[in-house]
Design a protein around this ligand. Sequence first.
Ligand code: 4NP
Length: 159
Amino acid sequence: MQKKISILFVCLGNICRSPMAEGIFNTIIAREGVDHRFEVDSAGLLNFHQDEMADSRMRLHAHNRGYELVTRSRQILKNDLNRFDWILVMDEQNYEGLHRMTTDPSQFAKIHRITDFCVNKKAAHVPDPYYGGDQGFEDVIDLLEDACEGLLTELKKVL
Ligand code: 4NP
């Protein structure tokens, strides 16, 4: 059997952006019939929301766009940097937080900014929607749909 590619989406709280990325990526790989080739998870730098479902606003916006978010928040573990092949962060704060956790260059090489995979959108990070209004949640979905499509295009080259 071929080895699965393991992917971890990371944000600060693991209740808005990274669960949304996980939901979108899972939808895309199912649509493309390649879901059996991936292991997908998400985590947060903080433990403030440990075991909570995704933020109710994020879940509502997701639902209205056809995604059901069913994950529970978990804090990232040191071993995630060994366990996962690709680690996708939402912003520079996430990037730096993860960088500080790395213990060797092979771990560092796994960390990527998800916006680097955007094809149609131009953005340097996925803005944190937590303290904002409805439009922020819509923007998260728009950016992550574009970035996740681009990510799968890249990963198909190594599938
Ligand atoms: P996320 O959003 O990182 O996209 O899940 C946040 C959720 C919670 C907090 C910050 C950002 N917080 O400070 O509790």
